[in-house]
Design a protein around this ligand. Sequence first.
Ligand code: IMP
Length: 433
Amino acid sequence: MSNLIVLGAQWGDEGKGKIVDLFSEKFDAVARYQGGHNAGHTVFIGSQKFVLKLIPSGILRPGVLAVIGNGVVIDPAALLEEMSGLEAAGVDVKSQLKISNRAHVIFPFHRTIEKISEGRENRIPIGTTSRGIGPAYEDKIARRGIRVADLVDIEFEGLYRALAEDKQLIANAFQISERVNFDEILSQYKRLADQMRPLTCDTSHLLNQMIREGKSVLFEGAQGTMLDIDFGTYPFVTSSSATAGGACTGTGVPPNKIDGIIGVSKAYITRVGAGPFPSEDQTEAGEKIRRAGNEYGSVTGRPRRCGWFDVPLLRYTAEVNGFDSLIITKLDVLDDLKEIPVCVAYEVDDKVITYMPASTRRMEAIKPVFEYLPGWRTSTQGVTSLTQLPSAAQRYLRFLEEKTGVEIGSVSNGPERSETMIVPGSKLEKLLD
Ligand code: IMP
């Protein structure tokens, strides 16, 4: 069995949660490698709806180990709340969850800093999830962050006081009047640490050991490639490496142990938060997609911006990740459309290009070049094989495959585990074998 990375090919919310949940029965462990409780993976099992923010969706499969890797930033209160919700639903969280002792810790003052930073005058807000993710990663990179290993150690108080002093000095220098009760946070975190301690370990060693024993690991990306700190629409990105490379740095499993990389993309595209969005549709058609696809953020509830499948973007994300196969989700959302626009090129500064520009100004200046494909105007719900799809839907999928240069290995046409078709003979099918 292979070790696979499953990650978002767009701006997140591609439906990775459902896919990872579905595939996880074939794996021994599912590992998250970046982000924090800014991610929201919605999984439906029968009538039960689970929104997982921090814990990998593998937790919903009895016997599968759910690993939070070192590349993740953890808000202990959010983690324990999520654990309680799952336990109440009968999930055996304590025996299935492992937390990296090298993951970094989010504190309440990270959220305060983010709020001040996003709200300050003359700043173009990123439209973050306000979870303190960016400021926690800032502390990590600045080498003053606190890791889980430190949180659960007897030295925690000393390290915490040094970090608190640092924050207080900055607040004083900038005459920030917001009050933070550092002592109260300290006692709260000592209590939370006691609950986390039994679950923490060197997850890099654990995962590598499992792989050596012939077990298989599914690496679950959060957010999406276009929100990656290096390759996304910077600065309108998240603060971690959401691309395939992040799976190795964020878990401590080396690249030569990865057998396949699977991209997940909607049959259209969405984005939450601010930033360039070349194929966005702000007309009634975009609104229709939002309604049909229930496109509202699973963490913040914000309406998602909607647009059309973007070929240059997908080719770009396929290149930086090395997708072996693509999973197209939410095909059924397009069921009612008479014709479907697909963005096939960009016009920037009077030139037609098919690559992703790096500069923010050029990204924002993109005018999409569309081709229009006929819709199928019939329900695809309940269809269980690609050959049973209406011919216009098959043509649409073939068009995406040809234009992006990546095989479509699977198509999802509903939220249920059963509403996912795997293309027979595809690379994906072989990787899952
Ligand atoms: P942050 O990750 O909270 O710092 O937010 C940075 C950007 O990433 C904002 O535009 C967020 O809306 C976006 N973002 C963060 N997490 C997700 C996610 O799981 N899905 C979609 N967008 C996300």
